[in-house]
Write a protein that binds this ligand. Sequence first.
Ligand code: SGN
Ligand code: CA
Length: 555
Amino acid sequence: MIITCFTVFYGFSKQTPDIKKRPNIVFIMSDDHAYQAISAYDTSLINTPNIDRIAKMGMLFTNASVTNSICAPSRATLLTGKHSHINGKVDNVSPFDTTNVTFPQLLQKAGYQTAMFGKLHFGNNPKGFDQFKILPGQGSYYNPDFITKNEGEINVNGYVTDIVTDMTLDWLELERKKEDPFMLMYLHKAPHRSWLVAERHMEEYTQKEFREPATLFDDHKGMPAAKVAQMNIHGNMGWAADSKLYPDVMDEMGLQEQIGYDKLRFEMGVGRLNTKQRANFDKAYRRVAEDFKKNYPNMTDKDVAKWRYQRYMQDYLGTIKSVDENVGRVLDYLEENNLMDNTIIVYTSDQGFYLGEHGWFDKRFVYDESLKTPLLVSWPDRVKAGSVSNELVQNLDFAQTFLDVAGVDQPDDMQGESLMPVLTNDMKDWKREAVYYHYYEHPSEHNVNRHYAAITKKYKLIHHYFDLDYWELIDREKDPLEQHNYYNDPAYTDIKEELHKKLDALRELYGDNETISRKYIDEFMPLAKEGKVFGVEKPILDPIIEKWESLKKGN
Ligand code: SGN
Ligand code: CA
């Protein structure tokens, strides 16, 4: 194999396996952090100077996406370098198959020190880590519990974003062997629902006012899956848990629970605060609730919808303020300890999020705000400062990128590509024209139908299947707000044909097909039927069960 001698390794060649000189990897990921809420992308909502520093030092990706816009599947994909249907973690409900090989295991074997702090959300402990302190499941914002590698389950007082950072800094300073390279995963729970902000930001953020997105009052006309989704800010959020109206204020005002267990959800979050934390919370949020109670009789339904959007943004963005401050602490540490130049730093999210676009919160859909995810990468030794890439890159690519950076072999069955050609602007090795997407978790919370799609820079071809069944063609240039389906428009006949070919080719390339989709339906539906899937209402669930049973009979 003469060719291997000439193969370019973007990190370190196998001929020079000087482990001590290999670059460090710092992977920072937040949960549900929309790119609209990072000022390097969009300055209209919040200023995030520290996260922006990563883009200033390196590259900002404007077309980074996930393969399946939901938490645990996204994490499984980034660790394994495989699509959901191959690694098996297709939704938040199915178990993660721990026989999957993950990139941290390979890096650890190659001599890297490895550590993970924060939210994993797998139900399993991570493999391939010398140290980990992770939140159980979704974790808590206040006074959270952690599962740790060496100390069992622990409880820590304080605010989760600060605590995860303290743990990370302690590891960097006290546990890291300074002579060896390291791979650190620093994973925030924020800004996941239900958005409890740090005490220090409560006063300020509950008084802020934010611009509204153009599609806040989208009627989802001609978009059947969007129409039935239950992720409207006004209608599918809880008055108590999400908008932070207290259960007693709801009772006084005669407001009914709009989501199941709303008052209980409030208690599960806010109920964890200690006396001092609760006093600060009450100072800010009792004022909000009293104002709303006073104004409500004179408000139209539209006024209420606008108020709920503001409430949502105040809390969502408030949690991001602390993420940004804490990212700044880690960047400062790296700088002060001379670790910046030979460290690749990645900032990303497990998916994007709707901040009122289409009237929504949450994610799951292939429409831009949740398909795309923020991606900022710095590595001063190799990546040009202040560069921007609009290439179609995915969370599928992280595993191979990090293996490449470390000069470790990339297993043949990983399905992504190293991003080093893009990061070093050596584009002759980068040929990708389309990416593949597949969302599975249905019937489930938010009622988002199953769908798969091919995405190019200009179009999306989407197949919604089980239980709705139809095709959608999005013209990303003509209709950036994604409110029209051009699938049956005669002007798109040729484009449609071309996109179908692309989609078939992607399914072939990644090994996805109807039989596999059916297998995952058959695994999921019994759980849904037994009531093991959270947040689905009976009137939605029953007809889907009926449909599935008829499918099984071959009708
Ligand atoms: C929780 C949230 C949902 C969210 C899922 C998945 N409801 O169930 O709104 O879609 O997590 O999020 S909550 O009332 O419990 O907050 S994910 O990021 O973990 O995939
Ligand atoms: Ca998430």
